[in-house]
Design a binder for this molecule. Structure first.
Ligand SMILES: Nc1ncnc2c1ncn2[C@@H]1O[C@H](COP(=O)(O)OP(=O)(O)O)[C@@H](O)[C@H]1O
Ligand SMILES: O=P([O-])([O-])O[C@@H]1[C@@H](O)[C@H](O)[C@@H](O)[C@H](O)[C@@H]1O
Length: 350
């Protein structure tokens, strides 16, 4: 099975004079407050857009980011957000001592305690992009925002959390609604990829969605599963010592898009996703990727592309690619320095 990227869902447009910019990321930065046993353990830069741009920037994939923050935004970031002076930055509190369901699925309870403005179609540039990533966390992506994205991007990857989150009016607790009731369903036949965690996947009909686009369901330490039309397959994980699961799904999506932009098949790109997801869980907040690791990964990606061009029979053997990436991943060993505060019994030893 090759599971190549689906052909673009582009609408007809006149021949391009200006080449596409590579990746457009749309989603608000936020302030994350990590709480365990009633105490604040860490306050970090959050939001899927921040984790994803970190992966893309580290992998030298050019991207543009549209994000809104309030007057109180605290972090120096490479991609400047739009500042809304009269609003506060979106804030999420993540509680790590509640909601563990005994099966190890829910490893945190999230509350949105403040929300910045939504991102409007007019906030998004009118240029064309190879990839769009709709990656809201606090309800900032509107149906009309996604509509604009599918019009200007050849392929759009969507994190389902941008579409199905609802927030308790009293305490901001994140609840999920069924994808069909989300107000976005009518646009989904125009997207290329839909990414969901295994908990979020319960809120969509995978059988139906896989006919519309490529569906990727991430499953923590077990890796991920890809569904497209009649094909499905599991893509193996990398071993990690989990310290904080925050941002794993975001970094996964970043790695997947890096692979797709490089021209890898979907399973190979999902392996890159698993790689960046596994490194992210070893850090609190934004991971700083080891330069040597990044270079080894780039080299392996180039080798993989050459190999796939030479022989189509290699296309399906992503296990070999996994074996080649594993040593590269383990050159990144600074996880030993991280305080292990947020382990929830999901980690596995190397
Ligand atoms: N404990 C872990 N060990 C190894 N890889 C992990 C671990 N947790 C997450 N990952 C990687 O990150 C990806 C996303 O993690 P997941 O927890 O499924 O997403 P989310 O953060 O959206 O809940 C997984 O598919 C996997 O590749
Ligand atoms: O951990 P993950 O599911 O990949 O993504 C997380 C979001 O769910 C959360 O709302 C946000 O505050 C975090 O910074 C991070 O973006």
């Amino acid at each position: 099975m090759t599971l190549n990227p689906p052909p673009s869902q582009q609408t007809p447009h006149s021949p391009r004079r200006i080449p596409n910019r590579r990746v457009l990321i749309v989603g608000n930065y936020c302030h994350d407050v990590l709480i365990q046993n009633g105490s604040v353990v860490a306050e970090t830069l959050g939001g899927a857009a921040s984790f994803i741009s970190n992966v893309l920037d580290s992998s030298s994939v050019s991207c543009e980011l549209v994000s809104k923050v309030g007057h109180d935004f605290r972090y120096e970031v490479t991609h400047s957000p739009i500042v809304v002076p009269e609003k506060e930055t979106t804030v999420f509190e993540a509680y790590f001592d509640l909601g563990i369901d005994g099966i190890g699925h829910a490893d945190r309870v999230l509350k949105r305690v403040s929300a910045c403005d939504p991102i409007l179609p007019s906030d998004i540039p009118d240029s064309r992009f190879d990839f769009g990533m709709a990656v809201g966390v606090g309800g900032e992506i509107l149906p009309e925002t996604l509509e604009k994205m599918v019009e200007i991007c050849d392929v759009v990857a969507v994190d389902i959390q941008a579409l199905i989150r609802d927030f308790d009016p009293v305490d901001g607790a994140v609840k999920l609604v069924d994808l069909k009731e989300s107000g976005f369903f009518h646009i989904l036949h125009r997207i290329g990829f839909l990414k969901a965690s295994s908990d979020e996947a319960l809120f969509m009909d995978v059988e139906q969605m896989k006919q519309l686009c490529c569906v990727v369901v991430t499953n923590g330490e077990k890796g991920c599963r890809i569904y497209h039309k009649d094909d499905e397959m599991t893509v193996p994980p990398f071993l990690a010592k989990q310290v904080d699961p925050t941002g794993a799904g975001d970094s996964f999506l970043g790695g997947l898009v890096v692979g797709l932009v490089e021209g890898l098949t979907v399973p190979d790109a999902a392996l890159l996703g698993n790689l960046f997801g596994s490194i992210t869980v070893e850090h609190i907040g934004q991971p700083k990727f080891d330069l040597m690791m990044l270079q080894r990964v780039k080299d392996e990606v180039q080798k993989r592309k050459k190999q796939c061009n030479l022989s189509s029979s290699h296309n399906n053997d992503y296990n070999e690619f996994h074996e080649r990436l594993s040593p590269a991943r383990f050159s990144c060993v600074d996880s030993q320095l991280q305080p292990k505060l947020l382990v929830n019994g999901h980690s596995c030893d190397r």
